[in-house]
Design a protein around this ligand. Structure first.
Ligand SMILES: NC(=O)c1ccc[n+]([C@@H]2O[C@H](COP(=O)([O-])OP(=O)(O)OC[C@H]3O[C@@H](n4cnc5c(N)ncnc54)[C@H](O)[C@@H]3O)[C@@H](O)[C@H]2O)c1
Length: 437
């Protein structure tokens, strides 16, 4: 029996051993999903996270402690343990450099570590988000060089985009369709067999770069549509049209329209970064991606616009930004999660503080947020501060803030409220100190 048949057998009789490289927002839920069927070796660089897992403690909101099954999961900081695996799935970060070009150093490093232990008959799958071509043209050569083996002959390679949506209570790995593409048609089939056991439907595409393109399409679609909503918000503000009311009415069209909403900017490890991966790659093919980059510019402007709205609100109250006390509500990048990576709150806070405002922050999920001017820690509650500040800026649509009566009471007592997510859902025309995007 050749090694590919051997892998298929191991999948079907649940004896495959799965290695996950990078146990973060993507890697840990994936590891726990695989644990329902297979032994998993979870390799993460940081001792702290590994130690927590060894004690049965999760550090990701979407994974409960009781889902950490240590009979099936072996957390380790030693990459040599990956030598025992049949499949090695890489889920390391893919950030941007300062100049917005892709930083593939984590993928490179993970590839070198995997390459060191790689043996004939193993299968490597990349799940980090990246531009089309990375798996075949970037990762595979690293694996080959380090191992001295040849992809396609001695080991398998595939790509599968990750669709996890932190905080989403409806969709998780188990009920979300999963896309796979391999270096060869047989590798695509093997990837599909592997994921069929743990996810929703599996969609096979021609090759790795098509699978990589799928993720680019999904995130760029979100990014440009959010940018469009933001641009419309800027236009409608001048026309004194409430974009939220208009969008609610527009979404009643039963076909051909999906609503996207404006806000203080985009955040997280995906939407603000991933489009630039494709943008970077497109330039190698002589195409200047105007649409994608314009969307990025519009979204990047929204934190500045938010600060302008604070100025507008304060001036209605006869106050200036300099010297005002601002309460920032919501520092995570989206509703009901604690992740502050790339959160627009960073830029809003920096801009407010640099213009002489005094800042207090509160978030029911995130403990603190790092900015250029230092780390801001969340207060334990916001109720005590609410009537003492000059302005409240709401940046995240956490459930706790929706139609919150204490914020509305503060507004009635002439505290300026800037609502970038329409969480109070009031009309600006009814409330002199209420300003919304
Ligand atoms: N967070 C999301 O919602 C999401 C959704 C879809 C796709 N993605 C993509 O998935 C990838 C991972 O994102 P994430 O949010 O899970 O990142 P993360 O920072 O939460 O986790 C990455 C983990 O990898 C570890 N790590 C880094 N280098 C390593 C190495 N060489 N060996 C072992 N461990 C290493 C880090 O310590 C960290 O624990 C990125 O490409 C991201 O764009 C993320």
């Amino acid at each position: 029996m050749n090694w590919t048949e051997n892998l298929k057998n191991k999948i079907s009789n649940n004896t495959a051993i799965i290695g996950i490289v990078g146990l973060g927002y993507v890697g840990l839920p994936l590891a726990t999903a695989f644990c329902s069927k297979y032994k998993v070796i979870g390799y993460n660089k940081t001792e702290e996270k590994t130690e927590q897992l060894r004690c049965g403690k999760s550090y990701i909101e979407d994974v409960k402690d009781e889902e950490i099954n240590l009979d099936m999961l072996n957390p380790t900081t030693d990459h040599r343990e990956l030598a025992k695996c049949d499949f090695i799935i890489i889920t390391v970060p893919t950030p941007l450099r300062e100049d917005k070009s892709p930083d593939l150093s984590y993928v490179n490093h993970a590839g070198e570590e995997v390459g060191e232990i790689l043996q004939e008959g193993q299968f490597v799958i990349l799940k980090s988000t990246t531009y089309p071509g990375t798996t075949e043209e970037f990762l595979t050569p690293v694996l080959e060089e380090k191992s001295g083996l040849k992809a396609g002959i001695h080991f398998g390679v595939g790509y599968s985009p990750e669709r996890v949506d932190p905080g989403n209570k409806e969709f998780c790995i188990e009920n979300t369709p999963n896309v796979v593409g391999g270096l060869t048609p047989e590798f695509t089939e093997i990837c599909a067999l592997l994921f069929e056991g743990i996810t929703g439907d599996v969609i096979q595409v021609k090759d790795c770069k098509t699978a990589e393109a799928v993720k680019m399409i999904e995130n760029i679609y979100r990014n440009v549509n959010i940018a469009l909503a933001n641009e419309l918000a800027l236009i409608f503000e001048k026309m004194e049209i409430d974009i939220w009311e208009a969008l609610e009415a527009a979404r009643t069209k039963p076909f051909g329209f999906t609503p996207f909403y404006p806000g203080p900017g985009v955040g997280g490890h995906c939407i603000p970064l991933d489009p630039y991966y494709l943008s970077y790659r497109a330039k190698h093919f002589g195409i200047i991606p105007r649409f994608i980059e314009t969307a990025g510019e519009i979204n990047d402007f929204m934190p500045i616009h938010t600060v302008n709205l604070v100025r507008k609100g304060l001036s209605r109250a006869g106050k200036k930004l300099r010297g005002s006390h601002i309460l920032v509500l919501g520092i995570s990048y989206k509703a009901n999660i604690s992740d502050t990576r790339e959160s627009p709150a960073v830029n809003v806070i920096e801009e407010l503080a640099e213009n002489g405002a005094r800042i207090t922050v509160y978030d029911p999920y995130a403990e603190s947020i790092k900015t250029r001017l230092g780390t801001y820690h969340s207060e334990n509650s916001f109720e005590t501060h609410i009537s003492q500040v000059d302005c409240i800026v709401i940046l995240a649509d956490h459930d706790k803030f929706k139609k919150n009566q204490q914020i509305i009471d503060a507004l009635k007592k002439n505290v300026v409220v800037v609502d970038t997510k329409n969480v109070l859902n009031l009309k600006e025309s009814d409330e002199p100190f209420y300003v919304k995007i």
